[in-house]
Design a protein around this ligand. Structure first.
Ligand code: CO
Length: 204
């Protein structure tokens, strides 16, 4: 018996439903992808990029990792950004964090979590940079504030990459956005850190 048969059945139904509505959907999409958006988000199963913004396949280029971190030397993430910006020519890069992020929460704990602690160091650094904004907060409120600060920090990291810097120097109107998703009610919020161009003008 085929393993995970129920997932193949769900896939068949999903593909059939789309083809019923738009018979040439997959044929057209197989010829090219031209997404306007690069989404950098958390791996958390409750934060699926396309579903949150109700967009079909082909509309969002996606990179996800634990706690939506953009590390200066992470070749995986940087390769995704380069491909998205230079080849796909996306117009927007969205860093989307979420409240109650397990990675952010774990970075605030004193106990050991194994290998992942090395990754979480990046979020611990964000906490250290902004310790004055966090010192009077407790519990969930403190975790959620660090979730927001982490997104803002990653927006800056994306803007600092040679890829985005070079795109802006070449006159691109690429913009970088910082969003946060609330897993308790399914809504997105813009953190007001959208940046455009070398001078990083804040725009609405
Ligand atoms: Co998370």
């Amino acid at each position: 018996m085929k393993k995970l048969k129920h997932l193949f059945e769900r896939n068949q139904k999903w593909a059939n439903d789309i083809k019923e509505e738009t018979p040439d959907f997959f044929t057209q999409l197989s010829k090219q992808q031209a997404p306007d958006y690069l989404w950098i988000g958390c791996s958390d199963s409750r934060v699926p990029a396309n579903q949150l913004v109700a967009l079909p396949p082909g509309e969002i280029f996606v990179h996800r990792n634990i706690a939506n971190v953009v590390v200066h030397s992470d070749l995986n993430c940087l390769s995704v950004i380069q491909y998205a910006v230079e080849v796909l020519k996306v117009k927007h890069i969205i860093i989307c964090g979420h409240y109650g992020c397990g990675g952010v929460k774990a970075s605030m704990e004193d106990k050991e979590h194994g290998l992942i602690d090395n990754w979480l160091r990046h979020i611990k650094d964000v906490g250290r940079f902004h310790s004055f904004k966090l010192k009077d907060l407790q519990g969930e409120e403190k975790v959620d504030r660090l979730c927001e600060l982490n997104v803002i920090e990653q927006v800056n990291n994306v803007c600092e990459t040679t890829i985005v810097q070079n795109a802006w120097k070449a006159g691109s109107d690429l913009s970088v956005h910082g969003w946060i998703y609330d897993i308790k009610d399914g809504t997105l919020r813009d953190l007001g850190t959208c940046m455009v161009g070398e001078d990083r003008l804040l725009v609405d």
